[in-house]
Write a protein that binds this ligand. Structure first.
Ligand code: 6PG
Length: 250
């Protein structure tokens, strides 16, 4: 199992977004300096919006070398990019349309296509091409951003899903019956746990119980299965989401 998570509690959602933006800038600078480029997998849902908005503005906007940045997505809903629930659509509106990242370096999941299995295979191929990984080798993201659902899901890895046992594929099409949009696509645990750094962004009182379950009770939930084998695991929480952790004032 990978390293223990580092947990940082921020005062509120704005401080959480600020800390997350700083982490992205730091990871980008380190990756470009040491490996000549920065590869990131963006999280979907609502929480990351505030972080993406900060990255789209000075000072953070000008501290990332967007020309050397490759953007992927941790997961996607089975909708077209212009759909309000599209993770790509949210990231494009809040960040990608506002920074000079070359379009060819933004790889979205073509979730609107007919054949889900073909979509997953196509995205796995895009990963392999970008990371130069042949069969058996795993893409190693410099940074993966993740959110946390109240049921303990992360990306589109939902409790009880067979994809949690996936040991070969890097990308999977999943049917998440509990989700508003059941057709989902997700990076698998193989890829997420191969990353150099994984950062969870979690805010709001409604997440306090599941944060406690994952971080204090080690409940067997998908988010608790994120333990990078040879990478750093960071949890950025706001005070409301951290309220039930041992030793924290409510
Ligand atoms: C998705 C996300 C998902 C999200 C959590 C938290 O596509 O739904 O990838 O894993 O991170 O559901 O979502 P909120 O940030 O909206 O609470």
């Amino acid at each position: 199992m990978g390293s223990e998570p580092s947990v940082t509690v921020l005062n509120d959602s704005d401080a959480l977004a600020e800390a997350a933006a700083r982490l992205v800038v730091e990871a980008a600078a380190e990756a470009v300096a040491t490996r000549g480029r920065f590869t990131i997998a963006l999280a979907g849902g609502a929480t990351p919006r505030a972080t993406y908005a900060k990255l789209a503005l000075p000072p953070y906007r000008d501290r990332v070398d967007w020309s050397r940045t490759w953007v992927f997505f941790g997961d996607e809903r089975g909708v077209p990019p212009e759909h309000p629930d599209s993770n790509y659509g949210m990231a494009h509106a809040t960040l990608l349309s506002k920074v000079p990242v070359p379009p060819a370096q933004v790889r979205r999941i073509r979730a609107e296509a007919e054949d889900p299995e073909a979509v997953a295979a196509e995205y796995a191929k895009a990963l392999a091409e970008t990371f130069g990984t042949r069969r058996g080798k795993l893409p190693r993201f410099d940074l993966v951003l993740l959110g946390l659902g109240v049921d303990g899901h992360t990306a589109s890895l939902f409790p009880g899903s067979p994809v949690l046992k996936e040991i070969f594929r890097t990308v999977a099409a999943v049917h998440a019956a509990a989700a508003a949009i059941p057709q989902r696509f997700t990076l698998t645990l193989l890829v997420l746990n191969a990353a150099a750094r994984v950062v969870f962004l979690v805010g709001g009182a409604e997440k306090a119980k599941v944060v406690k379950a994952v971080l204090a009770e080690r409940a067997m939930l998908p988010a608790a299965m994120i333990r990078p084998d040879a990478g750093e695991l960071v949890w950025l929480l706001d005070r409301a989401a951290a309220a039930l952790l041992p030793g924290r004032a409510g």
